[in-house]
Design a protein around this ligand. Sequence first.
Ligand code: KIV
Length: 313
Amino acid sequence: MTTTPSVPSENPFSRPPITVPEIASWKRRPYGGTASPESSPSGGPERRPLVMVTAYDVASARAAEAAGADMVLVGDSLGMVVLGYDTTLSVTVDDIVRHTAAVRRSLRTPLVVADMPYLSFHISPEETVRNAGRMVVEGGAAAVKVEGGAKRVRTIEALLDAEIPVMGHIGLTPQSINAFGGFKVQGRIPEAAERLVEDAKALEAAGVFSIVLECVPHELARLITRSVGIPTIGIGAGPHCDGQVLVFHDIVGFTTGKRPKFVRTFANLQEAANQAVSAYAAAVREGDFPTLDESYSLPPEVARVLAEKYGSG
Ligand code: KIV
């Protein structure tokens, strides 16, 4: 048995739920953040860097809510940090739907974006819409994210036609790992950099409401950010994007092995978890857990009846 998770009543920022149009129009706000602005202010509520974090379950969703995150991505990074695969390629639509629903039940404010996994949007527009529709209807996502640039325009149009908002994702797109030959920084040669600028413009023209830029040089991320009117959300793309995203497990120190240079670990929960579970195991072995205070007792009259019948065990 465990304690029941409850939906957080309020986050410290106490805002109404964040919507797709709010994010899409983010760059039309006057700048009020701490990083340098990448587009000129033009009125409306104040702008600051957007905060996105991945979440997969109740605990990570609650942390996102408590931090006042603007967006939560139920990323296909799920496959690596939760399910133990070496890549994201084995993640299924069922996986994303189930974890999106868990996150949705645990959140109030952030916009929930579900990641479309490998092969969920590559076969046909019909299959794409059916898969994304499950993420919205069964998972409760407000939008989906699709990896890829200009070649995804038809896919994006089909989704928008079905009223499903889309977030783009270019640069190091992990579903292309076999085509890229590994997890490598993208856009380091002129043709590749130009292609990424054109990809971002094509995605904007197709109607995405924001674009994730993953593992690209910061100068290129700045150029792309200046080239589009929708917010860019960077991961390994430097400080000039309109927002940032990190994987929850990286932030809290649940991931092990060699970390990419863009990951900053803000806590070491794995060490804390190891210590807690080791302390529990030691207490069990030494007979220190549970104590009678941590146990239930029989009503005295029931204890008496049992003792009369069976003796006092
Ligand atoms: O799957 C994921 O977590 C992602 C982010 C890293 C952007 O796509």
